[in-house]
Design a protein around this ligand. Structure first.
Ligand SMILES: Cc1cc2nc3c(=O)[nH]c(=O)nc-3n(C[C@H](O)[C@H](O)[C@H](O)COP(=O)(O)OP(=O)(O)OC[C@H]3O[C@@H](n4cnc5c(N)ncnc54)[C@H](O)[C@@H]3O)c2cc1C
Ligand SMILES: NC(=O)c1ccc[n+]([C@@H]2O[C@H](COP(=O)([O-])OP(=O)(O)OC[C@H]3O[C@@H](n4cnc5c(N)ncnc54)[C@H](O)[C@@H]3O)[C@@H](O)[C@H]2O)c1
Length: 464
């Protein structure tokens, strides 16, 4: 495309937010020759790089090492202490150096691509105009809202006595006793990390189980794994207030029962979109009931030229999803690909629990709603070799959800519509099988594939 902005415009594209989606959009648009301004008042990389996936995975890796050290001891290694102790400040220095390198790499790439980075908040003042905090106005025919989201706490007395996931990343030591409220991704991940790094974790879950949207058999097994690690999970427990008891925190539930005392409290009770105070409704952009920007399949808001993606929209809140949506949108706007859009179906996701839990496609319950009794389920439950060697009780559970392929005779073949993996290595194993599921594989295709032995992954192709 031409590198000359539309008549009277300063840029071809102004992007609000330099997180996963905004950065990907800016880079792809610039590759197509668009002149781009990117507004980001905080650190480059947004939630994922600074207070999400990246520091979380670093903590998960530390926690995983701590667990492996315990196994190593059981297997005959000589280690100074029975329980490995992490020097948090030393580890955090490594974590933050890694993050600093990502910032530097983004900055270099922005410079090389000629993208104008403005360290400021943006606010829409017209459908083609964004105002910066200092009053400077930028005009562009295309505007992308990729402002992400932020943690949300329940509106209960004492909510300020806890921290949220952003606060977790400011910790410099494992709290002795920690309460985590919530039963979603962040609650389960932080519970696993803190327990493995030496905290005693109490998990307070409002519902009857963990992780809505994941397969029930696997989440039940994960609850058992956590119990064995020492996490004390309380289900059906709605926390209605928090109070201080000296330096400790005590929770009171809906039945009026008080919890044990905790040294720290983490709210992992969901996130809300950053859609307020940025002029969206004033220029006619519709917001959904929970404040998300309403978009169609092409990331369009109802206002011509204004688009949105990532966590500020009501879609799957994952970094690769924001990135994929951004690239396709830019291919459509600037790359001459009018049909480009993200297919949100069958997106794989992994929860970095201990052990990790991954899924792609339908759960058994979802498949039964659509296909009823025709659904066929195949399971493999086993002890991973390292755990078997160390005589540790942790088990893996893999599950395939299948439906008949075609009718009649052909119905004997089964199409795989869901793959669910809980266990060591599940995080790395799932990606390849997600490609296969997306390509419409059958159970026969899996059985036709010669296994790689001895691995955990082979259980997927050997499942009967
Ligand atoms: C603890 C945690 C762990 C996570 N782990 C994973 C994981 O392992 N894997 C995974 O795929 N996903 C994970 N996620 C989710 C992932 O981080 C998000 O889905 C992803 O960051 C969304 O990208 P985004 O571009 O929509 O928003 P963000 O990355 O949040 O970026 C939005 C940016 O917009 C900026 N901004 C806000 N308002 C304005 C404004 N008015 N003007 C200009 N800029 C503005 C913000 O400063 C921010 O930098 C995790 C999230 C959390 C909280
Ligand atoms: N590994 C990953 O890919 C990863 C990790 C973390 C987050 N994420 C993404 O970020 C999103 C946000 O994660 P999250 O954990 O904040 O949200 P979530 O929606 O996964 O979980 C929120 C939890 O808080 C509970 N809750 C809400 N209000 C409550 C209240 N008042 N009292 C008690 N419990 C309450 C909900 O029942 C739910 O269990 C996820 O949906 C996911 O898409 C991904």
């Amino acid at each position: 495309m031409s590198t000359t902005p539309a008549h009277g415009a300063d840029f071809d594209l102004v992007v609000l937010g330099g997180g996963s989606g905004g950065l990907a959009a800016a880079f792809r648009a610039a590759e197509h020759g668009a002149r781009v301004a990117l507004l980001e008042p905080g650190a480059l990389g947004g939630t994922c790089v600074n207070v999400g996936c990246v520091p979380k995975k670093a903590m998960w890796l530390a926690a995983d090492l701590a667990q492996k050290l315990v196994l190593a001891r059981q297997l005959g290694f000589t280690l100074a202490d029975a329980t490995p102790v992490l020097d948090w400040p030393a580890f955090i220095a490594h974590r933050q150096r890694y993050i600093g390198n990502i910032h530097a790499s983004y900055q270099q790439r922005l410079d090389a691509a000629g993208i104008a980075l403005l360290a400021t908040r943006g606010r829409l003042v017209a459908s083609d105009t964004v105002a910066c905090a200092d009053g400077v106005r930028l005009r562009a025919p295309q505007i992308l809202v990729a402002t992400g989201g932020r943690p949300q706490r329940p509106d209960i007395p004492g909510a300020d006595l806890g921290m949220d996931s952003d606060g977790f990343f400011r910790l410099v030591a494992a709290p002795g006793r920690v309460a985590i409220i919530g039963g979603g991704y962040i609650a389960v991940e932080l519970a696993g990390v803190l327990q493995s790094l030496g905290s005693r974790v109490g998990l307070f879950v409002r519902g009857r189980g963990l992780l809505r949207g994941f397969d029930d058999d696997l989440t039940t097994q994960l609850v058992e794994d956590y119990r064995q690690h020492g996490v004390r999970a309380h289900f059906g427990s709605e926390v209605l207030s928090v109070r201080a008891q000296g330096n400790a925190r005590v929770l009171r539930d809906a039945d009026g029962n008080d919890s044990d005392a905790f040294d720290a409290l983490v709210f992992a009770t969901g996130r809300r979109p950053n859609s307020d105070g940025i002029g969206l409704e004033e220029v006619g952009v519709a917001l959904g009931p929970r404040g998300h920007v309403v978009v169609d399949d092409f990331q369009r808001t109802g206002v011509a030229g204004i688009h949105a993606l990532g966590d500020v929209t009501d879609r799957i809140e994952l970094t690769p999803v924001a990135i994929a949506a951004a690239r396709r949108l830019m291919d459509r706007l600037f790359g001459g690909q009018p049909g480009a859009r993200l297919d949100y179906a069958d997106i794989a996701t992994v929860l970095f629990s201990h052990p990790p839990l991954g899924k792609v496609g339908m759960t058994e319950a979802e498949a039964r709603q659509v296909h009823g009794d025709a659904v066929r389920v195949h399971r493999a439950g086993f002890r991973p070799m390292l755990h078997a060697l160390a005589d540790s009780p942790q088990r893996s559970l893999f599950k395939l959800v299948c439906v008949p392929e075609g009718g009649g005779e052909a119905a004997r073949n089964q199409r795989v519509v869901g793959i669910h993996l809980l266990g060591e290595g599940a995080d790395e194993i799932l990606q390849g099988f997600a490609v296969a599921l997306k390509r419409g594989i059958t159970l026969a295709d899996l059985h036709d594939t010669v296994a790689i032995h001895p691995t955990a992954a082979e259980e997927v192709v050997l499942m009967r």
